[in-house]
Design a protein around this ligand. Structure first.
Ligand code: ATP
Ligand code: MG
Length: 264
């Protein structure tokens, strides 16, 4: 049975895509799992990185079709990318009469390929629209990268309680099986300002953070991650000391995510 995880946060530029891509590589190359990646973001960043990395088979099916039609088959490869298409994805929000069908189609697709993959990773766009909603409705797990600024911390309430796509709302109504893995501070810098914000976060929202034996899970800001994303490679294959250091601190976070998802 495939386990589906969605990266979600209405805030842009928090690292949803970077974490989605690196997690896909981690599950595929380190944990040797069968991985399906669905890019629902018309910005196409996940697709671009994974296509550049050359490790996955890019499906002939564009991601909008998973919502707009009843797709029941996908390429039989151990690592498959369903890439984002621009225009069709952008049109979806403007067809409210079809929104129910979109959710049902995506759900049907994941059910149809459930035996073919171990993990499905969905990257979403930073808009509270039908694509993000569909992804949250069909997923088993949600992970929310977050930047440590006051605005983002203030936005946590919205992340949970937004009237359309708030995680608590969705758990209570449309998808009771949705497991909230937690918020994952990303691009963390050792500045007094960020330290203060992290303290604030641990004081007020500790239940939303992901506990590790060494403290709460967080990913540091490092050029190694941005560089790995720019060339579409796993961080641990970048062959620089800075990349090795980056991977050393990312690995326990990814292992924890795998463990919460009960992926062995
Ligand atoms: N820990 C990190 N250290 C340094 N750079 C990072 C880190 N995480 C992400 N980045 C870089 O920050 C930029 C924004 O990240 P990313 O595209 O993953 O955010 P996003 O949440 O997917 O944005 P959007 O909401 O627009 O889809 C990218 O250039 C990415 O490579
Ligand atoms: Mg993104």
């Amino acid at each position: 049975m495939v386990k589906t995880i969605v990266l979600a946060n209405q805030k842009g530029g928090v690292g949803k895509t970077a974490i989605a891509v690196q997690l896909a590589y981690f599950f595929s190359q380190i944990m040797n799992k069968r991985v399906l990646v669905i890019d629902l973001d018309h910005q196409h960043n996940t697709s671009r990185a994974i296509i550049m990395g050359k490790g996955a088979e890019t499906s002939t099916i564009p991601s909008s079709q998973l919502l707009s039609s009843s797709v029941t088959k996908v390429e039989k490869k151990p690592f498959v990318l369903i890439a984002a298409d621009n225009k069709e994805l952008l049109r979806m929000e403007k067809q409210p009469d079809k929104h129910n069908t979109f959710v049902n189609n995506l759900n049907g697709f994941i059910k149809a390929v459930t035996k073919q993959f171990d993990i499905c990773i969905i990257d979403t766009n930073p808009n509270p629209d039908i694509r993000q909603l569909s992804a949250l409705i069909v997923s088993d797990f949600v992970l929310c990268p977050l930047q440590l600024n006051q605005e983002a911390i203030d936005g946590i309430g919205m992340l949970l309680n937004h009237e359309n796509i708030g995680i608590k709302k969705i758990q209570a109504t449309l998808n009771p099986k949705l497991h909230f893995i937690g918020v994952l501070p990303n691009m963390v810098e050792p500045t007094p300002f960020q330290r203060e914000n992290f303290k604030d976060l641990t004081t007020h929202f500790s239940k939303l953070l992901i506990p590790l034996s060494t403290g709460f899970a967080a990913i540091k800001k490092t050029t190694a991650i941005a560089e790995a994303q720019a060339v579409g490679l796993p961080v641990w294959k970048m062959g620089k000391t800075s990349a090795r250091d980056a991977w050393t601190h990312m690995k326990p976070v990814f292992e924890k995510i795998a463990s919460v998802m009960e992926i062995k």
